[in-house]
Design a protein around this ligand. Structure first.
Ligand SMILES: [Zn+2]
Length: 289
């Protein structure tokens, strides 16, 4: 009994909610967009090990169940379109998806911020509809801040196979925006934000010259240091909000950044490699292939 309590307690400490909000380019960047820090240093070193792993892993395929937990059905959401888009984007990671053609509908008035902050409400929704051996994507009402989130372990990723941490929650206004699912799946397969632990401008611990890229930022060395700075309408990096320059251009177009959604369209090569290895090592328990 004592052991099981300790195990549960330890496990709770290891789980973090990872949530993301879109940043408006003109806003100062003092918001905390994520419910908790992503990786611990130990988790970061597990990611670095995965990136240096030269094993050849096979392609991996996941079944996806969509659950519409809003007040009314949204007929604009087409499982086939979502499947095509995800298979196109994740092809370079050798990850594919089979999205179930039927969307479960669960009438709910709770918005994403409430679901994020209230464990009882969240558990009630998940208990009814979470499908085992699937990635469950919940589409819920828009709140005041979050676009989407998924919960992640901060380290010891091998614990995943004993958990039901197999879902994403996306606000219905962003389900069709072309980047939120990709961003959350990036987290689901081990990616961190390009700016690292905090979205506060210039708080990244990654050096612009990239010399500490394996131990800082997102632990991925082909995504430049990202100060989460200022950009213009055309997704051109302008430096920092106080007008000062920054010595490198961050990857404005990266799905794992906080730059505006119309700029985001790609993962880097090493992000693809990390997702592929992560899916094989830590998410294989969910896979259908
Ligand atoms: Zn995020």
């Amino acid at each position: 009994m004592k052991n099981s309590f300790l195990l549960s307690f330890t496990f709770i400490l290891l789980i973090g909610f990872h949530s993301c909000k879109n940043k408006k380019s003109e806003e100062p960047e003092m918001h905390r967009f994520c419910g908790t820090d992503f990786c611990t240093a130990k988790g970061g070193s597990e990611l670095t090990t995965l990136l240096e792993d030269t094993s050849i892993y096979p392609p991996v395929k996941f079944a996806v169940q969509l659950i519409n937990a809003t007040s009314t059905k949204n007929n604009a959401i087409n499982p086939k379109d979502i499947e095509s888009e995800l298979n196109y984007i994740f092809k370079k990671a050798n990850i594919s998806f089979s999205v179930h053609p039927h969307i479960h509908f669960l009438q709910s008035n709770h918005n994403i911020d409430t679901i994020f902050n209230n464990k009882n409400i969240r558990d009630t929704i998940l208990r009814q509809y979470n499908v085992k051996n699937n990635i469950n994507i919940y589409i819920v009402a828009k709140g005041k801040s979050l676009n989407g989130y998924t919960n992640v372990l901060t380290e010891n990723f091998s614990i995943y196979k004993n958990t039901s941490l197999n879902y994403l929650i996306i606000n219905e206004k962003t389900i069709l925006n072309g980047h939120t699912i990709q961003h959350e799946l990036g987290h689901f397969f081990g990616l961190q934000h390009t700016f690292g632990k905090s979205p506060v401008e210039l708080s990244t611990d990654e050096l612009p010259d990239g010399t500490n890229c394996k131990e800082s930022g997102d632990y991925v060395c082909d995504t430049p240091a990202d100060p989460n700075g200022k950009i213009d309408q055309n997704c051109k990096f302008l430096g920092l909000h106080d007008g000062s320059e920054y010595p490198v251009n961050p990857d404005i177009h990266n799905f794992m950044s906080y730059y505006p959604s119309h700029c985001k369209m790609k993962f880097s090569s090493l992000q693809y490699k990390l997702m592929h290895n992560f899916a094989n090592k830590y998410r294989k328990y969910l896979a259908t292939l």
